[in-house]
Design a protein around this ligand. Structure first.
Ligand code: 3PG
Length: 305
């Protein structure tokens, strides 16, 4: 079988070598496309591929049409909103993700952003310490759980809300369950967003929620830009000169926000949460192993379609 790793944002060389050796050791053929610049390039590379490993790369109907031999696509990472699941199913392809493999890397970035915001981007202006402050986690999946553990190490009070997670799982980690989403935003000095982008969540965080945050609060988004109502974010940042927005998922109106609120917003130039040697290796090798297992005996434990 031909396994193509197609990553516009490449994995580390060590991760690529590891993927290659696992694929080849199982008797498959390895192919690599990195830093490609157009969907056409991806479609051409995938034309005869039987399996595909991607990151945030767009895998749409046009790609499935151009790659009729594809049996499995593994998103080496957590969020799979970049993959058209309907088109995959119609094409008879299995889609999987690698949950948890890059969670610690993203969580460390959340804490890094919290400190960077609390210290006013290291400008020298008096900031505050995160120890003793309250952090609220919107959703309590793998990234959130790592954030919770790290935040507790910093002496923060941690609360969370997640309709899909029992309160006991939070209690087991010493995390309080917020009474409502509104209460989460109103009751925390820092809120960190960890919801996926779905039809229910897109545009769901706007003036109403952000406006409830206490004075001097910081909103951190390492999840997806689509969950923010960007026009309302701009409005509330204008109305509330005490609020900050730090994101690893650059908003559509980043230029405007940076121009208007330079001291209070920060966006990574390229999504960097999962961009560590460790996360690349964890997610890349997991993706390779999942493909090998799938072709060996049909194992599809992490299937999402
Ligand atoms: C994920 O969903 O796993 C993260 O957003 C990381 O995405 P990336 O692989 O494109 O860095």
């Amino acid at each position: 079988m031909k396994v193509l790793v197609a990553t516009e944002k490449p994995f580390s060389a060590k991760a690529v070598d590891g993927i290659r050796s696992r694929i080849e050791a199982a008797g498959h053929t390895f192919a690599l496309l990195e830093k490609y610049t157009s969907p056409e390039e991806l479609r051409a590379a995938a034309a005869d591929a039987n399996a595909l490993i991607v990151r945030s790369d767009i895998v749409d109907k046009a790609l499935f049409d151009a790659a009729p031999e594809l049996k499995i696509v593994v998103r080496a990472g957590a969020g799979y909103d970049n993959i058209d699941l309907k088109a995959a199913t119609a094409a008879g392809a299995v889609v999987e993700n690698t949950p948890g493999q890059n969670a610690n890397a993203v969580a460390e970035l959340v804490i890094g952003m919290a400190i960077m915001a609390a210290r006013n981007k290291y400008s020298g202006a008096t900031g505050f310490e995160i120890s003793g402050k309250r952090i609220g986690l919107q959703a309590f999946g793998q990234v959130s759980r790592h954030v919770a553990a790290l935040a507790k190490g910093f002496g923060m009070a941690v609360s969370a809300i997640d309709p899909y997670c029992p309160a006991q799982a939070m209690a087991d980690m010493g995390v309080n369950t917020a009474e409502s989403l509104e209460a989460l935003y109103a009751g925390n000095d820092i809120v960190s967003i960890h919801i996926p982008a779905t039809s229910e969540t897109v545009g769901s965080i706007g003036r109403d929620l952000i406006g409830r945050m206490p004075k001097g609060a910081i909103l951190i988004n390492t999840a997806r830009k689509e969950v923010i109502n960007e026009a309302e974010l701009a409005e509330i940042l204008a109305d509330r000169p005490d609020l900050k927005y730090f994101a690893d998922v650059k908003p559509g109106n980043a230029a405007e926000l940076t121009e208007r609120f330079a001291d209070r917003v920060f966006f990574t130039p390229k999504k960097s949460g999962a961009q560590t040697a460790e996360a690349n290796l964890n997610a890349g090798l997991a993706a390779a192993d999942q493909i090998v297992a799938f072709f060996r005996d049909g194992t599809d434990r992490f299937r999402v379609n």
